[in-house]
Design a protein around this ligand. Structure first.
Ligand code: ZN
Length: 239
């Protein structure tokens, strides 16, 4: 078996048998990794507690055929401010779940790792309102999802862009928008997010465009994944 070292963000964990755990991580070089942590629930496990969701760790792993095996783990960053604030934690859980769903196993995506860690660092220090919405649009753009933003997806008209439908793949004109209305500010934010102009967008504060962009982004993500996100659904049920 080969041994490898990487920096990785823990996305999700599952119990495995009596005392082991499976950890899903996004490695800087390795892409999405699923690895077994042995004896994590025994008190003598030295590093098991470091492998909790939302921890950035330095790992040493044995490569396995299906699951790798974690040999060592050291904490790099814990994102403490996120863990202590329910609003930030909710956003972080969506970020982790979306990343876990969209990343392909053992497919190296250093750009994706860079984006997710950068966004979590911003959330940890600053929590700008537009962060979650713009992250999701950028995440989708990285995966090749490019909605048509300048002409109506049905008729090709560029006269009036008043609607948006994620599943149809872009903007809609006045004639074809029906109930799928969207503000021009939200369309502007989506375009800028897809282009990665994060710094510019993050200055937008507390306006209806924040929630509009966020819900359009979540709908687009769910249509790309063809499933609902657990985090979003459980949040809606709770409120
Ligand atoms: Zn049209």
């Amino acid at each position: 078996m080969t041994l490898y070292r990487d920096s990785a963000l823990v996305l999700r964990t599952w119990k495995l048998g009596e005392s082991d755990r499976i950890v899903s991580m996004l490695g800087q070089e390795s892409g999405k990794i699923r690895a077994v942590v042995k004896g994590v629930r025994k008190t003598k496990s030295r590093f098991g507690s470091r492998l909790e969701p939302l921890s950035l760790v330095s790992i040493l792993c044995w490569k396995g055929r299906e699951l790798d095996v974690v040999s060592q783990a050291e904490t790099i960053e814990l994102f403490r401010a996120i863990r202590e604030d329910l609003d930030r934690l909710y956003k972080a859980n969506i970020i982790l779940e979306a990343t876990e769903q969209i990343a392909q196993e053992r497919f190296s995506e250093p750009e994706l790792f860079k984006l997710v860690v950068r966004v979590l660092r911003i959330l940890d220090t600053d929590n700008p309102q537009m962060l979650l919405g713009s992250f999701i649009w950028k995440l989708l753009a990285l995966q090749g999802y490019r909605p048509q933003m300048t002409t109506c997806v049905i008729c090709g008209s560029s006269n009036s862009k008043v609607g948006f439908d994620a599943a149809m793949g872009g903007v809609l004109c006045g004639e074809h928008a029906n109930g799928r209305r969207v503000s021009s500010e939200a369309l502007d934010v989506i375009s800028k997010s897809l282009d990665g102009r994060l710094a510019q967008i993050l200055k937008i504060e507390n306006s209806p465009v924040v929630s509009e962009t966020e819900s359009l982004a979540l709908r687009a993500l769910e249509s790309v994944l063809e499933r609902n996100l657990r985090t979003v659904r459980s949040h809606i049920i709770r409120h």
